[in-house]
Design a protein around this ligand. Structure first.
Ligand SMILES: [Zn+2]
Length: 278
């Protein structure tokens, strides 16, 4: 059986194709990227060949200009130069940026957008998937605890999850200033009945993982996408997460690509990595 894989890269193409019916104005550009920007990404451990210019606008995240790395992680123009050098976890397949959420123990208030309109609200399946994903994080008893509220009044929340028009995937960003990235887009093609709620749970949990500082588990190969490329490694600094194995981890929540058979759950290595950081 052919396994369908979904990535935010494929999603970007879907977005462009569907641009007539979406609120965003998304332009993925291949234009030249300034040398100082490339140098900053390189120092932070990203493959500069993987960086694409990105610009979008919607009523929640506003106008966002910057870059997309790893297919689904937005880095703003301002954030580029705040990226800390990457830290590699040798012998382990879980990697993080050096940009983490600080001030532990800490409560993270999550908004699932509802009753807002403009085609951005989570539908009932989206709400269920987000609830399940938040329950998964809270079940780990981390030094981060999560609340979840479904409301249109999103401004005061640490993380806002909403559903613009698009294919089956999502996007997020990395922490900055010690705060989680605020905007999680999970595109409504994921919640149109084509996928079960475990898949929705998976994408919600994955994108929130980026907001907390996780890179893709297979950033070095993207083999979950059927690729043999890498999203970059600086080899700068090293933190080993005890108990995580080496090599490809086919069931991690943080793989670059997912398929319709995912269960939405953390595997044991994901749990180890989350406990190590938070
Ligand atoms: Zn991702």
């Amino acid at each position: 059986m052919k396994v369908k894989r979904f990535s935010a890269v494929a999603l970007a193409a879907t977005l462009l194709a569907a641009s007539s019916c979406m609120p965003d104005d998304v332009n993925v550009q291949e234009a030249d990227i300034a040398p100082d920007v490339l140098a900053a990404f390189d120092q932070a451990g990203f493959n500069t060949a993987d960086i694409v210019k990105y610009e979008s606008e919607d009523p929640i995240a506003g106008l966002r200009k910057g870059y997309m790395v790893g297919g689904d992680v937005f880095i703003s123009n301002d954030q580029v130069f705040d990226l800390a050098p990457s830290e590699e976890i040798p012998g382990a397949e879980h990697y993080r940026t050096s940009n983490l959420v600080t001030g532990l123990p800490r409560r993270i208030d999550v908004c699932g957008l509802a009753n807002y309109g403009s085609g951005l609200d989570l539908n009932s399946q989206g709400r269920s998937g987000l609830q399940w994903a938040i329950n998964n994080y809270n079940a780990l008893n981390l030094d981060l605890s999560f609340t979840l509220t479904f409301t249109s009044n999103w401004q005061a929340y640490d993380i806002v999850v909403y559903a613009p028009s698009g294919g089956a995937g999502g996007s997020a960003g990395f922490p900055s200033g010690g705060d989680p990235y605020q905007f999680v887009q999970v595109f409504d093609g994921l919640m149109n009945g084509s996928y079960n709620t475990n898949v929705v749970e998976h994408v919600m949990g994955h994108e929130i993982g980026h907001c907390l500082g996780f890179r893709h588990t297979d950033y070095f190969s993207r083999q979950s996408c059927g690729q043999n490329t890498n999203e970059g490694s600086a080899g700068v600094g090293a933190i080993y997460i005890s108990g995580t194995p080496s090599g490809y981890d086919p069931t991690s929540l943080m793989l670059a690509c997912f398929n319709s058979g995912v269960d939405g759950e953390f595997n044991a290595n994901d749990r180890t990595a989350l406990n190590a950081l938070y």
